[in-house]
Design a protein around this ligand. Structure first.
Ligand code: ATP
Length: 238
């Protein structure tokens, strides 16, 4: 069988802040309908790699491809129009209502399509549907995260890139976020999720680990668990 087409790939990425280099030849790829988790400790460079992939930071070296296109020099909005969506750790605009946040997320799609998409998303997120006019800043941490996901999905992307969806959430909400993401995964959405919480490996078709700005491992969750040293690093000794 032919290998699934790559939705996104990054290769040989080097970048940093000022003169401080953070990524040293990092790369990864996500295939169609695939869910990939980028696992790494605090400061490993996960956010930085995602920012290069979505175009919020330039790569000093290396390239990013979106489908058949080399998008390395493209602005973020052009990448979003090509089917990429990004959820940062913050994820929403607290001073805007739920409705307004979704409209911002779907700003590049046609008005009628966005209206339909918003209704579809409200079906997935009933708690948000009941409070459409409420300010995002008035929501609980867990609801805000759900809104962040809905906002990123408003443009009907083919690839959802997420930076630490577990950040600031209690274990109960982490389980809920994983539950909602698994429904979108089943619908064929490709996902790239940067995390340090191994609970998200439940969603992973493939895993990359990032350590000191370099990818150390690429493989399945079972392969990650079978490696003693990686197992100790990411799952602890318990
Ligand atoms: P976290 O889980 O803490 O977000 P991460 O794996 O996403 O970690 P990055 O945020 O990409 O890691 O940070 C990688 C390195 O780059 C860290 O050493 C961090 O201190 C540094 N760094 C991140 N942002 C900046 C910045 N704006 N200016 C200077 N250094 C930065």
């Amino acid at each position: 069988m032919a290998e699934a087409a790559r939705v996104v790939s990054a290769a040989g990425i080097e970048t940093g802040y000022g003169r401080v280099q953070v990524l040293w030849g990092a790369g990864l790829d996500v295939k169609a309908k695939e869910s990939v988790v980028l696992l790494g400790a605090n400061g490993a460079g996960k956010t930085t790699l995602l920012k290069v992939i979505v175009g919020l930071m330039p790569a000093w070296k290396g390239s990013v491809r979106l489908g058949p296109d080399d998008v390395t020099g493209w602005r973020t909005d052009k990448r979003v129009r090509r089917g990429m969506a990004y959820m940062s750790e913050i994820g929403v605009f607290p001073g805007l209502s739920i409705n307004e946040n979704l409209r911002v997320g779907g700003q590049f799609i046609e008005k009628a399509a966005l209206k339909r998409r918003m209704e579809e998303l409200y079906g997935y997120f009933p708690d948000l549907a009941h409070r459409r006019g409420a300010l995002a800043g008035s929501l609980s941490g867990g609801q805000r995260k759900m809104l962040g996901i809905a906002k990123a999905l408003a443009s009907s992307p083919t690839l959802l890139v997420m930076d630490e969806p577990s950040a600031g959430l209690s274990p109960l909400f982490v389980t809920q976020v994983i539950g909602v993401l698994s429904r979108f995964r089943e619908s064929g959405l490709a996902m790239l999720i940067a995390e340090q919480n191994v609970a998200f490996l439940d969603l992973a078709d493939r895993v990359f680990t990032l350590d000191g700005g370099r990818v150390r491992f690429e493989g399945s969750v079972a392969e990650l668990q079978a490696d003693d040293s990686l197992h100790r690093t990411y799952f602890g000794l318990a």
